[in-house]
Design a protein around this ligand. Structure first.
Ligand code: NAD
Ligand code: TDX
Length: 332
């Protein structure tokens, strides 16, 4: 039992992790979150106040970070600028948070000698061809495509350097695309679900052939707890649940599960530099640390996610119009 500092714990995956930790462990949690457009204190509503404290602040604020590292046993670092489309529009915040923010945390981990787990993405490996049987492994060379993924790649390399040069007790995980509750409506699955709920046609970039390897956010959380518990310092673990789907199939499934005709969507302008396919081989995590995902049925997980958005309109509605106006300005 101990206290975890969770950066970005008011975001999508971070808040799912906080819920998971409260349910499955005795840890207490301090969330450090800047509450950017992507952070939402409401994602932590209802959790016991004696076990979760939200501190509003920036991971690049060295004095605040230093103070908080003195109060915890370990740190799990989710905070990031996370959306590829935003990084194509305005890359600067991605450098500030993903690079300088991670650097600031690593310096505190070094000073306080605290266990540090860095959350990253499969996008650092670039993309795969549709007809390539290969999947990403921990040995795949880094080859990021977007300003977002290149700053995540940079942050991973900083972590590796701080382990090797300064002996920081860090691990890294690179996970595939997450879905589940509390995901911002700018992202693919919640955008299409809330479009259907609002009577707007879903928007598919390009032909919709691009493949993503979907994992439920709760499975990502259990994998991170496993790595915190049993991971070897200095190691990287890929997290994935064998959930490859092309975007067109996902839109069609959302429409079918919502009782709509499966062709009731629009093709819109493609994303610049759009990665074709991501696919994770998570053998190392499964065999060396004994992790397995719980959500094997994508259709059931997607249906539960659609139900969550239907029942939680007050959570997502304030962001919806602004997001759609932004996309409309880009023909998307
Ligand atoms: P998100 O955008 O939903 O949440 C990010 C959170 O970080 C928000 O609460 C935001 O307020 C906070 N934040 C941003 N800048 C900050 C700063 N300077 N200081 C403190 N807090 C700040 O993102 P997400 O989808 O939950 O992603 C979380 C992490 O998981 C990221 O590191 C991302 O790279 C990684 N990841 C995401 C996915 C995915 O499918 N979404 C997949 C693999 C890895
Ligand atoms: O309206 C849309 N239509 C569409 O076809 C949107 C928003 C997206 N797409 C496509 C683009 C991608 O091929 O859907 C796919 C998924 O898009 P996003 O939800 O933006 O995710 P992606 O770019 O794959 O990145 C996500 O997974 C890896 C997260 O946003 C990252 O933070 C994570 O690192």
């Amino acid at each position: 039992m101990g206290t975890l500092l969770v950066t970005g714990g008011a975001g999508f995956i971070g808040s799912n992790f906080v819920h998971h930790v409260l349910e499955h462990t005795d840890h207490t949690v301090i969330v450090l979150d800047k509450l950017t457009y992507a952070g939402n204190a409401a994602s932590l509503a209802g959790l016991p106040e004696d076990r979760v404290r939200l501190v509003e602040g920036d991971i690049a604020d060295a004095a605040l970070v230093d103070e908080l590292f003195g109060q915890v046993d370990a740190v799990v670092h989710y905070a990031a600028e996370s959306h590829n489309d935003n990084s194509l529009h305005d890359p600067r915040p991605f450098l500030d948070t993903n690079i300088i923010g991670t650097y600031t945390l690593l310096e505190a981990a070094r000073k306080h000698d605290k266990r540090f787990h860095h959350i990253s993405t499969d996008e650092v490996y670039g993309d795969l061809e549709l007809d390539d049987p290969a999947r990403f492994t921990e040995d795949t060379p880094y080859n990021p495509s977007s300003p977002y993924s290149s700053t995540k790649a940079g942050s991973d390399l900083l972590v590796r350097a701080w382990v090797r040069s300064f002996g920081v007790k860090a691990t890294i995980s690179n996970c595939s695309n997450n879905y589940g509750p509390y995901q911002h409506v700018e992202k693919f699955i919640p955008r299409q679900i809330t479009n259907v709920l609002r009577g707007i046609r879903p928007k598919l970039y390009g032909k919709g052939e691009n493949v993503r390897d979907w994992i439920h956010a709760d499975d990502h959380s259990s994998a991170v707890l496993t790595i915190l518990d049993k991971g070897v310092i200095g190691e990287t673990y890929l997290i994935g649940a064998d959930g490859e789907k092309d975007n067109k199939s996902v839109v069609e499934l959302i429409l079918a599960l919502s009782g709509q005709p499966t062709d009731a969507y629009d093709h819109v302008t493609d994303r610049a530099g759009h990665d074709m396919r991501y696919a994770i081989d998570s053998t190392k995590l499964r065999t060396e640390l004994g992790w397995t995902p719980r959500y094997q049925d994508f259709e059931a997980g997607l249906k539960a996610t659609i139900d969550w958005y239907r029942e939680n309109e007050t959570w997502w509605a304030p962001a919806k119009d602004g997001v759609e106006a932004f996309y409309a300005s880009k023909g998307q």
